[in-house]
Ligand binder design. Sequence first.
Ligand code: ARG
Length: 586
Amino acid sequence: MLSLSERLSAAVGEAFEAQGLDASYGAVKVSDRPDLAPYQCNGALAAAKKAKQNPRQLAEAVKAKLDADEAFSEVTLAGPGFLNLTPSQGLLDGLLGELQQDEHQGAYRRETSEKVILDYGGPNVAKPLHVGHLRAAIIGQSLKQIFRRAGDEAVGDIHLGDWGLQMGQLIAEIKRRQPDLVYFDRAVTEGYPEESPVSVADLAEIYPVASAACKEDPGRMAEAQEATAELQAGRPGYRALWQHFVAVSQEALRADYGRLGVEFELWRGEASVHDLIEPMVDELAEQNLLEFSDGARVVRVAREDDKKDIPPLLIVKSNGSVGYGSTDLATLVERKRDGFERCVYVVDKRQSEHFVQVFRAAAAMGLYPEDRMEHAGFGTMNGKDGRPFKTREGGVLRLSDLLAMVDEKAEERLKEGDGSLTGEERAEVARQVGLAALKFADLSNPRTTDYVFDVDRFVAFEGKTGPYLLYAAVRIGSVLSRAGSSEEEALGFAAAPAEPAERELAMQLLSYKDAHRGAYEKRMPHLLCEHAFSLAQAFSRFYAACRIADEESAEVKNSRLALTALTSRQLRDILGQLGLEIPPKM
Ligand code: ARG
């Protein structure tokens, strides 16, 4: 269905066409002078310039046509040719009726569905999840839901960091500590123990030690590189040991992402494309895209008009091992093979050069046109000092500690409430509120900007926060039950907003599609956050101004219940896309 602004744009567009001008001049937007009218169209100025006409006269002619159109209750002119537009009661009533019936609840729908893969994991085996992974997970999961709502077939892939140098570093370090383990005995090639010799906690301890040792000592680095190359070449003991790393890490990751309410349909990793690399290298060579550089094989991707130097993409290192660039390129081979039409990478924006390299190489190979691969980069979550968030001791904050912290704050807030929750209920609600606080804070900032982590502000029940929206959703639901109705029943009542606060709520409800479309097209969930907040606020003004349960006129009461039900349903639809769970009470 059309949003209100689309419906108005269509009418104004026709009026421009009647003047022999392009309909696109009729684009209508929410007014920046709401005191004059809720909508405006400024197209007459540009159209008049193009047609060499007087803008005021053109706007007069457009207005004359709109005056006769039942979609408008008032059209006024301002300045050199601005049109101020007020939709009619009849138009609002009609569109609300459509909204009640719409199986997609007024959301934006694409004409054709695309098969999209979103890459928003990227945690590394042996390294615990930390706040850096949080943004990828929260934004990626939300974008996936936004895509699905728009009708795409969207799938999330965790794309584990389970290949490359880190793995060799771990193997080399364990070999130093426990050289007698069967995995290091070249005479043994099968029948390895099922039990892992290391736990996730061991890995978390071993990895930083190994990585620091390699940084300091070139000898240790050479060992790690050798181990990486042997692992990749298929040395059985190394592969078996590596399997354990992956298995124990995956188990921990499933638990962590589960706590966040973030899901991946695919649990693939860098290693899963290893066998695709050799044929890919052959293909690159055949297409004359591969060049030698200091013993390594690379693909040159720089272009003349680049503003800065884009280095070549490293495909095979001089010792035969492969790294980040090759696995990402081979993953595109895999994704294309699996029929994905679009690949979206939700990864820290500081990795943008890497994606430029990979996408250009993929396009040169003919895998995907460049516009089918997107790096939806995000900014960092900073501490109050404006630098990437760290613990008080200066370390990287683990996700589990972060969640515990937010949980605790949320519980404190809830204790200040009216005491209608039992202790057990409160713990569960605190979990939902804490997560909502964290997710909403992350999503409500434009994806590409950095933001400051401020737990007290995030869990506040007032202002543009997750807890405020959950609270609004719970309260709106209870308005219906207290009036003895249900959402389903109320969606069947005729909505006929008459009071200003009712009309404002109606106009918000009828602009959902615009917000959802913006969030979809720009890959920017914050546009949905803004809409949810405006909707909740419009509801609260409506609720303050209009009686519902004790309204005497049955017709008016039912209309208000219908508006309430529409708000409740729409808010739930949006919060679902943002990954916020609404508690039964709060
Ligand atoms: N594991 C990588 C890192 O820690 C992130 C992977 C992001 N996804 C991708 N397809 N490159 O930097």
